[in-house]
Design a protein around this ligand. Structure first.
Ligand code: ADP
Length: 387
């Protein structure tokens, strides 16, 4: 083996290239520097392929890429040897490199033939691609138009329903409150039902408006204190219900969020934690977890917990669980939570054990981008002023 390498790198039979012929410095160095630079570039290409292979998930290194990389490497080494020969005439080694380059280059040529067959179809595929893209764009435009129409419809339907429902409720309340009509107990009971049902309809309409337009109201993110949002909500809830004890378990960092949306989300979660809780002392814990590139906020309660059958559905619009409260349940609260959080690039999920309690989690990206949904915000600005 040793003998073989001695033979391969033996330079005794030839003079270095500098001394072979009449080289000027300029011409000699032009060869040496150019060959070395070409080697550098040829060496870099396989390195980039190897880097892509390890760095990009899903980047598949086909056999032909491997051969191509080897071919480039052989060519590069050939150039390097040409530069070396100016000082060390390793002509046998140079010959070996050339033989290797010849073999690898022909292997690459054969490996490329099936791809050539594919290349013939590329113009046809490009045409198909263009047609498909045009169709996709058209469908997208139509979808966006029908989505806008649907949103407009939902907004106007909800908005216009508000007035008559409020009117019905007011008239029923006036009748109930007045001594003028001497209403029998049975009628009073029915009127109370009308007032309660109207209140529920109003709650539903408000939530539908929030669902269909809330996002448009708030597209900006800013650095906000979630603790301030929480303190404000906690104070309000604890004042209304003295059996509620809300604790913030850990320090919550300031976040780049849309304050209006996040406030609405936390409000929904806190109100549910109170609503679906029959414990004498309703203990609600709010905490923070660092989720890598996400902030995670959770709301834990010692309430009724969620029935196994309900768990996968509670974030669906209009879904009410087995424990839903008859009079103040719309099935929209968690739908709003999911929509707002997902539009902000996060996720909402729940862990719960029946009769023990539930923990609702929301994650929000640490690097928030503005929530852009509506191409024509002016249109919505007008609608919001109407509400
Ligand atoms: P709503 O409270 O108006 O019914 P939501 O969308 O807020 O609507 O909630 C959907 C369902 O999820 C509820 O009907 C209830 O069954 C269940 N749920 C929500 N939050 C809790 C909670 N903290 N504990 C137990 N069940 C809950």
């Amino acid at each position: 083996m040793n003998h073989f390498f001695q033979f391969l790198f033996d330079t005794s039979q030839w003079p270095p290239r500098w001394r072979c012929g009449n080289w000027t410095d300029a011409l000699g160095y032009t060869h040496i520097i150019s060959d070395t630079l070409i080697f550098g570039a040829y060496f870099a290409i396989p390195c980039i392929l190897v880097y892509l292979y390890f760095k990009i998930q899903g980047f598949k290194l086909e056999k032909v890429f491997g051969l191509f990389a080897l071919f480039i490497l052989c060519c590069g080494t050939g150039h390097l040897v040409e530069a070396i020969i100016f000082y060390y005439p390793v002509y046998r080694f140079a010959g070996a490199i050339k033989v290797l380059t010849a073999i690898v280059s022909w292997m690459t040529v054969f490996a490329l033939i099936p791809y050539l067959k594919m290349l013939v179809h590329v113009p046809k595929m490009q045409l198909m691609n263009r047609e498909l893209l045009a169709k996709l764009e058209k469908t997208n435009k139509e979808l966006k138009e029908s989505e806008d129409t649907l949103k407009d419809f939902a907004y106007h339907a909800a908005h216009d329903l508000k007035e008559p429902v409020r009117g019905m409720s007011s008239y029923a309340f006036i009748l109930l409150d007045s001594d003028e009509y001497q209403l029998p107990e049975e009628v009073k009971e029915k009127l109370t039902k009308i007032v309660n049902l109207s209140a529920r309809s109003q709650l539903m309409i408000d939530n539908m408006l929030k669902y269909s337009t809330g996002i448009h109201k708030a597209t900006q993110v800013e650095l906000c204190s979630v603790e301030n949002i929480l303190n404000e909500l906690m104070q309000d809830i604890q004042e209304r219900d003295k059996s509620v004890d809300i604790k913030i378990l850990s320090k919550i960092p300031n976040m780049w969020i849309n304050e209006t949306l996040v406030k609405e989300v936390i409000k929904n979660l806190l109100e549910n934690a109170v609503k679906y809780n029959d414990s004498e002392k309703k203990i609600i814990k709010v905490g923070y977890k660092n989720g890598g590139d996400k902030h995670i906020i959770y709301v834990n309660d010692n309430g009724q917990g969620i029935h196994e059958d309900d768990k996968k559905n509670i974030f669906n619009l209009f879904y009410r669980g087995k424990n839903a409260k008859k009079n103040n349940s719309t099935g929209l609260g968690l739908g709003i939570v999911k929509k707002y959080i997902e539009k902000s690039g996060g996720k909402a999920w729940v862990e719960s054990q029946k009769s023990v309690g539930s923990t609702f989690y929301i994650s929000l990206p640490k690097e928030q981008k503005p929530i852009v949904e509506n191409d024509n915000p002016q249109k919505f600005d007008v609608q919001i002023q109407m509400s």
